[in-house]
Design a protein around this ligand. Structure first.
Ligand code: ADP
Ligand code: ASP
Ligand code: MG
Length: 422
């Protein structure tokens, strides 16, 4: 008998029919003798629907009070889907109980809309498991030390599931979604994308941090920190497929240095459309400019990603960086009001229609020329590179958003990812 955590995403929970399917699948696992904890997302579209309602009443404001209410609101999506799943399981003849984050409790810090899990008390859940119940725990939410409901950032149910699995020392955390595993890139963008049977934790971490939305990055961080055995697989297979076959399907996240070190140099391509570029033009090129520009940005709690400073000409330089699109307007305003006059710079300009495309692979450590192949491929496609950033196992470029699909597909082919793995 094992303790297994299942997580089902929004599409998998998208209708009463699908919820019934999830219930039948979970019941199959429970009847096979496993203790089951299930972490559902809200039904697909529900989180967006709720957040849009809030924006209809008042445009987003960067206040704690506003964000607190967003969490109060968004958390209802998971509360509803969890109760529905418990009802469906009961209809299948399984004893089942659902808990909201605060009832477990899953304790988080107070950063509304992007809270971090601090601890999980598993006593209540263990008690129910011991009594033979399937326990449903809402994804995406927790409670802070003052009793306020918090949410973990978009896609946060992955993190809830892995954190619950880590806290309970589960034997495995299975992330059921609408694709049958982790692919070489998003199959919606490159139809030639292939499923990976395994992906190393390090690569998965990079891919998630560079925009592959198949897993929320914090879920991968948790899996790494607590060595949670974790697999991504499809919820769209027939619910009654053989359980042993199901348990081996999808993509396994591995923690060992991969035995298959001979695999492709580049394992995957990630992209991110959520960033925007800002340039401060004509900045006097003196020591401390990076700090004088980015200090106020950091003080405003705006995260900066790729940074580039041009060569100076006549004592002046241009300084560019990217931020999340949600922070774009605020960052421009801040720079215009505070930084531009203080620095004596010429202008602040921005471009929200950019994207970042990245190649990822632990094989890049031991191979040279990978980045230059990337640059060649993009140049052959006539795509201008606006910024570059590299680390040991990835190279990222910022390009015009309109070339995203073209770039991803061309790189996918150039790095031999279209071909089936040996
Ligand atoms: P869920 O609602 O189950 O959490 P998500 O929409 O958050 O599902 O994540 C699954 C989606 O992630 C897929 O439908 C796919 O379009 C996208 N995706 C992005 N990159 C990848 C990748 N490398 N492999 C698989 N899916 C990816
Ligand atoms: N429902 C939340 C979202 O849409 C959390 C999740 O699906 O993981 O972001
Ligand atoms: Mg998701």
């Amino acid at each position: 008998m094992a303790l297994i955590v299942h997580k089902y995403g929004g599409t998998s929970m998208g209708s009463p029919e699908r919820i019934r399917n999830v219930a039948k699948r979970v019941a199959k696992w429970a009847r096979a003798g496993h203790q089951m904890v299930v972490v559902p997302s809200a039904m697909s579209g529900e989180t967006n629907r709720l957040l849009a309602l809030a924006k209809e009443l008042a445009p987003e404001r960067a206040t704690q009070a506003y964000h607190r209410e967003l969490d109060m609101l968004a958390a209802t999506g998971e509360q509803a889907s969890s109760a529905l799943l418990a009802i469906a399981l009961q209809a299948e003849g399984m004893e089942s109980v659902s808990y909201a984050g605060w009832q477990v409790p899953i304790r988080t810090d107070s950063s509304y809309t992007k809270a971090r899990i601090e601890s999980i008390d598993d006593q209540r859940v263990r008690g129910d498991l011991a009594a033979g119940k399937v326990v449903i725990v809402t994804g995406f939410q927790g409670i802070d030390e003052h009793g306020h409901i918090t949410t973990l950032g978009r896609g946060g149910s992955d993190t809830s599931a892995v954190a619950v699995a880590a806290a309970m020392k589960a034997d495995e955390c299975l992330i059921y979604t609408d694709v049958d595993g982790v692919y070489t890139t998003d199959p919606r963008v490159a139809p030639a994308a292939r499923r990976l049977t395994t992906v190393s934790f390090e690569e998965m971490l990079e891919m998630a941090s560079l925009g592959s939305k198949v897993l929320q990055i914090r879920s991968v961080e948790f899996a790494g920190k607590y060595k949670v055995p974790m697999r991504v697989l499809s919820s769209f297979t027939p619910w009654d497929i053989d359980i042993n076959e199901e348990a081996k399907s999808g993509t396994l996240i591995t923690f060992e240095e991969d035995e298959k070190m001979e695999q492709a140099v580049v394992s995957g391509i990630a992209f991110n459309r959520d960033e925007a570029k800002i340039s401060v033009l004509g900045v006097p090129d003196t020591p401390g400019i990076a700090y004088r520009i980015l200090g106020p940005v950091a003080d405003a709690n705006i995260e900066v990603d790729v940074i580039i400073q041009n060569l100076s000409k006549d004592g002046k330089t241009d300084f560019s960086f990217t931020v999340h699109r949600n922070d774009y307007a605020r960052a421009i305003e801040l720079l215009k009001e505070k930084v531009l006059p203080a620095l004596g710079a010429q202008d602040v300009v921005g471009d929200a229609k950019i994207c970042k495309v990245s190649i990822v692979g632990i094989g890049m450590r031991s191979h040279v020329g990978v980045a230059s192949t990337m640059f060649r491929v993009l140049s052959e496609e006539g795509i201008n590179i606006q910024m570059i950033s590299t680390s040991e196992i990835k190279t990222s470029v910022v390009i015009d958003e309109k070339y995203l699909e073209l770039a991803v597909r061309a790189l996918h082919t150039a790095f031999d990812l279209d071909k089936p793995a040996e």
